[in-house]
Write a protein that binds this ligand. Sequence first.
Ligand code: DON
Length: 304
Amino acid sequence: MPNFQKIIESVYNETCNLPDIGKVATYIPELAEISSEKYGIHLLDIDKNEFSFGDTQERFSIQSISKVLTLSMAMSLIGKEVWQRIDVEPSGDPFNHLSLLEQENGIPRNPLINAGAIVIADILVSQLKNPKEEFLEFVRNLAGDQTIKYDEKVALSEKRTGYKNYAAANLLKSYGNLQNDVIKVLDFYFHQCSLSMNCAQLCDTFYLFINEGRCKNNHKHLDKGLIKRINALMLTCGFYDEAGEFAFRVGLPGKSGVGGGIVALLPNKFCVTTWSPGLNKKGNSTRGMAALEKLTSESELSIF
Ligand code: DON
């Protein structure tokens, strides 16, 4: 394996002072408070060695990164039944886009755009007795960390202002692709997005995606076949209308969130998380994308 500590430090220094580090998301008011100067890179390799630089211990809102975790839980509960209600094609559209949903009769393009994640939330609300508590427990078990929590302020902030998500959920309902009450499903969705974690915790949580479904504590949570499919979806759909660009520049499956986090991974090798809240126009972290491009170039490690 390459010298990851040296690589992440050089990548950090090369990308820290980009001429334009992007803008912090403001459409969720609570996220607008975060400094765009924050920056951390953390890497966990398959042998559980950790390499870290910058603000990697400070928790942030994982936002859409949570969509991979709810999808994992839904697939572990109902398997391929999920695909009766959601497709697996990249959308080529922004994460909160609505017109495709109408054109395609309420079947979201994939589970990583908002409409798809809302259907997954609906599945979990139907399947679980105490959805928020049980999903939190699922994430804590993947990470081996009982301190992971929702950030109620962030959840409430989005509950008050998430107009596009209300629109998406209502459209889904009108097409018969939402079984539960809109408010109840979105309450779950806003909470999953509000999960607050640091770079190191995100690498721990995503370790099972590089280790054939076994988490860092060696418990088997998902079958190898499910991991293959979830990693494929991260590669093709994890960055919305920038998924092609991410595959082209970085060459790894990954998932971004508007809190400025990105998790990316190379199966059987490593998982890496970057956090820098400045976003580009497509809602993905500017420094994070640049850092991951340099990391895969300098280490000569990518799926290609
Ligand atoms: O639903 C939303 O708009 C946010 N809770 C999550 C969006 C998000 O993170 C998109 N990612 N880049």
